[in-house]
Design a protein around this ligand. Structure first.
Ligand code: FMN
Length: 175
């Protein structure tokens, strides 16, 4: 899939997945997209766990607590840690956010679907996911991504028109 096509096709998917596995090589290439993302001062603060063991994938979905997620054949956890850069700022949130978009676009380009699950796992659910996969306590599980082939149509989030958010040659000038 061409890049702009993937950017336009990516949508948050919160529904049933087909009973089709995600081959290890696809999961690896998706993780490679995350690893390739830019990071502040190139500190590479984001780490990733691809999950294709059905027992672990199911347990993650149970911790998340949504019925539809139980049908996902694979999952990814995105790990982060506040890390001071030489400029005295931690860019860890920027870093994993950049990695996240790469992951989501790679997932889309390969014909899979997912959703960035962060708000709904923040705190105890994230810690439980981390314990399940042996994540050291000093790292935070920032995002859970269920991954699979979508079985239902993709729902479209309402977006503000281009003209309300982007311009050329000055604020609120030409769109
Ligand atoms: C930081 C962040 C946290 C998010 N957390 C969740 C979440 O916990 N659960 C969820 O279903 N979607 C979550 N989302 C997905 C957003 O709801 C979604 O991106 C937004 O509604 C726009 O829809 P779209 O992704 O289809 O463009 C999160 C997105 C971001 C960027």
């Amino acid at each position: 899939m061409e890049l702009m096509e993937a950017i336009r096709a990516r949508k948050s998917y919160r529904n049933q997945f087909e009973d089709t596995p995600v081959p290890r090589n696809d999961l690896r290439e998706i993780l490679e997209a995350g690893v390739a993302a830019p990071s502040g001062c190139n500190m590479q603060t984001t780490q990733f766990i691809g999950v294709d063991d059905p027992v672990l994938v199911k347990r993650l979905a149970e911790i998340y607590g949504k019925e539809w997620a139980l049908t996902a054949p694979a999952a990814i956890l995105v790990l982060t840690k506040e890390t001071m850069s030489p400029s005295g700022v931690s860019y860890h949130i920027h870093d994993y956010s950049a990695a996240m978009e790469n992951l989501l676009l790679a997932i889309t380009a390969k014909g899979y679907a997912s959703v960035w699950v962060e708000g709904q796992i923040r705190g105890e659910r994230a810690r439980e996911m981390g314990r399940l996969l042996g994540v050291p306590e000093e790292l935070t599980v920032a995002v859970y991504l269920p991954v699979g082939v979508p079985a239902k149509p993709m729902a479209e989030a309402v977006k503000k028109p281009f003209e309300e958010r982007a311009w050329f040659n000055g604020y609120q000038k030409e769109s």
